[in-house]
Design a protein around this ligand. Structure first.
Ligand SMILES: *Cc1c(COP(=O)(O)O)cnc(C)c1O
Length: 423
């Protein structure tokens, strides 16, 4: 459920008409709903809370899904921790007042400087993804006189996810270590006084709509916890990652948080571990939209009808990169027979196509439209390709709203590039 609804023939976000936001900040623009962010976080935590083995779990929002500071602060206030993959994201989480011990630091290529920074600010868990990385974390910890809290990221050799580019759990993917290697690294970490090994972690993919691979991966993790303990090694945390899919409206509803929690609970049952989760998309996707305006409707004599928008692939890359489907709704309801439109942006690439032959009511130049479910992997993946300024971001709370990232001016964009002195 989300808080983008039709009222009197127009699309609103909570108690704010989207047309009002577009009038003030212009388009394209991202709009997020506070109530939806809070609701999704709460529903997730409540689903976990129904299981003894998952009570007290750390729910660390995957910052890469939506890293806007006001979005992070909204979730931090609701109680969320943060799953981060760079120093920049750790800095964002801290700026949004996530307590350092509630920050998880993941990623296959953490640099020396990033690891040193994570240790200095005291993140709660560094997910180590390889043997060389374990060595690096240990030596940086020794040099700085700190003890590094680590978890070993296991690649359970089970692939899942809505698209090959967002599947991370197969043996040939770059993420984590094999189960056998994990046991060896875990023992090495436990024996190193510069490291405090807290547990094991996995994350097998994103936009997962089938719980079976998750159940298999979690079963591998459970077995590993038991094996490590049989070997006399302490395991205090079990991090089961993120990946739960969301409905993008053209699919059957994916499994909800209750079904997901039941699968996770089965894996954690009786282990007496603190569970950790890293949901991103589930929390943020349906809490945001991308607002755009129609520039032209261009009908070719041979039949194709193009809806040319002022939003493009640089603003929302998911359709171009993952063949993703986003529902597109007119902001003011239009009467009339639906016709097929190819929905495109102004960028000079054929890939700048949001949808082909999409049935939509009659639309004209100047109309506002909304790409639904754009709150995750939307603004964060935007670029200034074609020197198009980054779309601004707006956070709505009831009848009030705030510009939480402004659109850069052309002067700001050009000023970032000092001329070479010989020019
Ligand atoms: C991307 C990612 C997540 C979040 O995935 P979602 O599908 O958005 O829930 C969680 N953990 C790790 C390690 C990730 O890379």
């Amino acid at each position: 459920m989300n808080h983008f609804e039709l009222r009197e023939g127009a699309l609103w976000c909570e108690d704010t008409p989207l047309a009002e936001i577009a009038r003030v900040v212009g388009t394209p623009a991202y709009v997020y709903s506070t109530a939806t962010l809070q609701r999704h976080y709460r529903v997730f935590v409540e689903a976990l809370g129904e299981h003894e083995s998952l009570r007290g779990a750390l729910v660390a929002f995957a910052v890469k899904a939506n890293s806007n500071l006001s979005v992070l602060a909204t979730l931090a206030r609701a109680g969320a921790g943060a799953d981060t993959v760079s120093e920049g994201e750790i800095r964002r989480a801290l700026a949004a007042r996530v307590a350092p011990e509630r920050i998880v630091f993941s990623g296959v290529g953490k640099t020396y400087a990033e690891i040193a920074f994570a240790l200095e600010v005291g993140v709660g868990q560094i997910n180590v993804e390889s043997e060389p990385e374990l060595g690096a974390v240990a030596s940086i910890a020794r040099e700085s006189g700190r003890c590094a809290p680590v978890a070993i990221r296991v690649n359970p050799d089970i692939a899942a996810g809505g698209h090959a580019k967002i599947s991370t759990g197969a043996a040939e993917s770059k993420f984590g270590v094999s189960r056998g290697e994990a046991e060896r690294l875990y023992a090495a970490a436990a024996a190193d006084p510069a490291l405090k090994v807290r547990g094991i972690a996995c994350h097998i993919g994103s936009q997962i709509t089938d719980l079976a691979p998750m159940a298999s991966a979690f079963a591998v993790m459970r077995e590993l916890v038991l094996d490590l303990r049989r070997g006399g090694l302490p395991v205090e945390r079990l991090d089961l990652g993120g990946g739960l899919g969301v409905p993008y409206f053209n699919q059957p509803d994916p499994p909800g948080p209750q079904a997901f929690a039941a699968v996770a609970a089965k894996a954690a049952e009786g282990l007496d571990v603190q569970a950790v989760f890293e949901p991103g998309r589930f929390i943020a996707a349906n809490a945001g939209i991308l607002l755009a305006s129609v520039i032209h409707v261009h009908e070719r004599p041979e039949g194709r009808r193009f809806l040319v928008l002022d939003a493009a692939m640089n603003d929302l890359i998911r359709p171009a990169m993952y063949d993703a489907w986003h529902d597109l709704r007119p902001v003011r309801s239009r009467q009339g027979p639906r016709r097929d439109y190819d929905v495109v942006g102004p960028v000079c690439e054929t890939g700048d196509t949001f949808a082909r032959a999409r049935p939509l009511p009659p639309l004209e130049s100047g109309d506002l439209v909304a790409f639904m479910s754009a709150g995750a992997y939307g603004a964060v993946m935007a670029s200034e390709y074609n020197t198009r300024p980054l779309a601004p971001e707006v956070l709505v709370r009831g009848a009030e709203w705030a510009l939480v990232r402004r659109r850069p001016t052309y002067e700001e964009i050009l000023a970032r590039e000092p001329a070479a002195p010989w020019l």
